[in-house]
Design a protein around this ligand. Structure first.
Ligand code: 5AD
Ligand code: SF4
Length: 470
């Protein structure tokens, strides 16, 4: 037990009590002679995908099997995203539609969890206006799902596990992974950065890290089970270890995972530019198992806007970081997030984002139009630019990135690369490069799940085509 850690860990006895409740729930269904069906719908980012896999792991322990739709399911779980208003509107719309599925199956139980469940206004709205929602739990209460479900099944009363808690690490929750090759592994939760537009620190709480031994044991097990592509997750993985008081940081963790024997690739996201640096890049460069891919969100290219966003770096510092990363890894694949139309952003400032794109030449971008999130500082900043104008800027940004992506993809033609063949689609195999670029290959099912050497023969804006060599 690490006595130095600053953030709490859920005691094993509490986790064992939850596991006991799973067995009780399984018995409850057995007594009814039924195999209950659950349907889990996931919104948002990879962290939510990973959380949903834990939710499904706990539900499987409770005897549930999984269906493809809410229709007829005994339990529906919506794991929600709060990052933009649009994401929330979708959830509310789809929740509204569940009144029909519940009418057809009145015993259906409906739960809402994830980031929206960390917003008191949302919880209030669910309480008042969505009486068909039977339970709500925020991310810090995820490990208590069996307890919530048991209360609900045994009393029939609505259950809310939404108290604001610092959030503790729960180790050893069962996980139901749906892809036999690719696994998410959370290394830390929460965020301390409070970028002025972002709701994450409010709904997911402060940064807290898992102990390295727990992460290493999970990765070792995944490799032994045949997983080939492991993505380490955290809102800001470069803050890993700060709360552990053990002198270990993310670069050390990566190096240790890279030393696990076996044929696999490690990826990670997301890196905050203020915390990434030469130690991380050296660790990436020195292990063949670490993908040479960095997701390093810049958000925008203007120093004034970066300051208003509370990002703690300027354009020059970002560009020198990129140059440093490329000096360590000449073939680095670089991706980023961009927000268009932050409050008060001018056309000239937006042009600086365009020029930054030309300078950096990202391989791919995730682009967003600013969405005011209640309770964040940016939501109260004057925002004079119209939506129509922001849409226009957004289209220009995408057009520029598409041109760059297309040019970068074209430069792959004729090259030989190692790719992981991960599936089949429309009569061909799909594979991913280290940098996550999609490569289509001639159909040859025996290759699925293997790393193969390919020659790239063609390209588009979105993908590459290739053929296996020897
Ligand atoms: N509006 C638009 N985009 C946002 N992001 C975070 N908050 C907002 C917001 N309020 C984007 C950022 C972040 C990514 C995950 O989502 O670019 O990096
Ligand atoms: Fe949000 Fe900034 Fe934290 Fe990323 S680093 S989750 S953008 S507050």
């Amino acid at each position: 037990m690490n006595q130095n850690r600053k953030t709490p860990v859920v005691p094993q006895a509490d986790l064992a009590a939850q596991a006991q409740l799973c067995h009780r729930i399984a018995e409850y269904w057995q007594a009814q002679g039924r195999v209950p069906v659950a349907y889990v719908e996931t919104y948002g980012c990879q962290q939510n995908e990973a959380d949903s896999q834990q939710i499904q792991g706990m539900l499987a322990r409770c005897g549930y099997v999984f269906g493809q739709s809410a229709q007829g399911a005994d339990l529906v779980v919506f794991n929600t995203c709060a990052i933009r208003e649009h994401a929330e509107q979708r959830v509310f719309g789809n929740l509204g539609a569940l009144t029909h599925t519940k009418r057809n199956h009145p015993a259906q139980k409906i739960l809402v969890c994830g980031c929206m469940a960390g917003r008191p206004e949302v919880v209030q709205r669910l309480r008042k206006s969505y009486p068909h929602v039977d339970g709500v739990f925020s991310t810090s209460h995820l490990w208590q799902l069996p307890e919530l479900l048991w209360q609900l099944l045994s009393t029939g009363k609505r259950v809310f596990f939404t108290q604001d808690e610092p959030g503790a690490i729960a180790e050893g929750l069962p996980m139901r992974r749906d892809n036999p090759l690719k696994a998410w592994v959370s290394v830390m939760y929460g965020c301390n950065n409070f970028c002025s537009y972002c709701i994450v620190p409010y709904v997911r709480g402060r940064e807290r890290s898992r102990e390295p031994e727990d992460i290493l044991a999970e990765c070792r097990q995944l490799v032994a089970q045949g997983y080939r592509d492991i993505t380490l997750l955290g809102q800001n993985v470069n803050a890993y270890g700060k709360d552990l008081g053990r002198g270990i940081d993310f670069a050390d963790l990566l190096t240790r995972i890279g030393e696990i024997p076996g044929d696999f690739l490690i990826r990670f996201m997301t890196s905050h530019p203020k915390d990434a640096g030469p130690k991380l890049f050296a660790a990436m460069a020195s292990s063949p198992k670490i993908a040479k891919h960095l997701h390093l969100p810049v958000q925008c290219g203007s120093d004034r806007v970066l300051k208003a966003m509370n990002r703690h770096y300027d354009r020059e510092k970002y560009l020198s970081l990129v140059a440093c990363a490329r000096a360590y890894m000449p073939d680095l694949v670089l991706t980023s997030d961009i927000i268009v139309g932050f409050p008060g952003e001018t056309r000239e400032e937006f042009d600086q984002t365009l020029s930054l794109l030309e300078q950096v030449r990202y391989d791919a971008l995730f682009t967003f139009i600013f969405s005011p999130r209640p309770g964040t500082p940016a939501a109260n900043m004057p925002d004079p630019v119209s939506r129509a104008e922001k849409n226009q800027w957004f289209d220009q940004l995408c057009a520029l990135q598409n041109r760059i992506s297309e040019e970068k993809h074209r430069a792959y033609v004729g090259k030989r690369l190692r790719v992981l063949v991960d599936g089949r689609e429309e009569g061909c195999l799909t594979a991913r490069t280290q940098g996550g670029r999609l490569v289509r290959l001639p159909d040859h099912p025996a290759l699925i799940g293997r790393f193969v050497q390919v020659e790239i023969t063609g390209s588009t804006t979105w993908s590459l085509t290739g053929k296996p060599v020897e």
